[in-house]
Write a protein that binds this ligand. Structure first.
Ligand SMILES: O=C(O)c1ccccc1N[C@@H]1O[C@H](COP(=O)(O)O)[C@@H](O)[C@H]1O
Length: 210
């Protein structure tokens, strides 16, 4: 999938203004804000809005949701104005399309990868796929990697690699999977939702060295 350009970088699960500012200073492409109920990084609408206002227009804000009612997703869209919605649950294509934003569909590769990949045609409206290491029905953000070699060599749209990435393994992951971008949460943290400046920098430097 890669066209030889460096992989894009998304830092996910930011909860503090200082971490958003540091991520932007490092030049990441996307900031992920988590609104999924079962996440230790979950933001309320006001906190999400406050973080969103710190993000310049050239950095995309991705709002992560999981198996929430349409009214809750719409409230996130209204309060946070994300550039992209990232769906992590059993939402179908029609649901994901219903909020007037491009969407990325997370694909849970941690259980049955073949079944996970077989679900891709069910999401014709997805602007991109995000392959994560958690099992279907489980939340992500737990640092779980999957076998990057299980991804197809060719896909009809951009895809992001997530799950268990950090500054030590991301170069190998990019070399194997050639994703459009890489997405990381726990691999740049000192604790849930608390990003670590040195780990953030190490991750970005590792991706840029590939
Ligand atoms: O981050 C969370 O808390 C979360 C909750 C529910 C669904 C997905 C979640 N996170 C996503 O998982 C990736 C990978 O996380 P990690 O690097 O393995 O810790 C994260 O970037 C989010 O996209």
């Amino acid at each position: 999938m890669s066209d030889g350009a460096p992989a894009h970088i998304k830092f996910c699960g930011l909860t503090r203004a200082q971490d958003v500012d540091a991520a932007i200073a490092l030049g990441v492409d996307c900031i992920g804000l988590v609104f999924a109920p079962r996440s230790s990084r979950r933001l309320g609408l006001e906190a999400g809005h406050a973080l969103r206002t710190r993000v310049p227009a050239h950095v995309r804000v991705v709002a992560l949701v999981m198996d929430q009612p349409a009214a809750d997703v719409a409230a996130v869209v209204d309060a946070v104005a994300p550039d992209i919605l990232q769906f992590h649950g059993a939402e179908d294509d029609a649901f994901c399309r219903g909020f007037g934003r491009p969407y990325w569909k997370a694909i849970a590769m941690g259980g049955d990868p073949a079944a996970a990949l077989a679900s891709l045609p069910a999401y014709p409206g997805a602007a991109a796929f995000l392959f994560d290491g958690h099992a279907a029905g489980e939340p992500g953000g737990g640092g779980l990697a999957f076998d990057w070699r299980s991804l197809p060599r060719a896909l009809d749209r951009p895809f992001w690699l997530a799950g268990g990435l950090d500054g030590d393994n991301v170069a190998r992951a990019v070399a194997i999977a050639a994703p459009t971008g890489v997405d990381v949460s726990s691999g740049i943290e000192s604790g849930p939702g608390i990003k670590d400046a040195a780990r953030m920098r190490a991750f970005v430097e590792a991706v840029r060295r590939v």
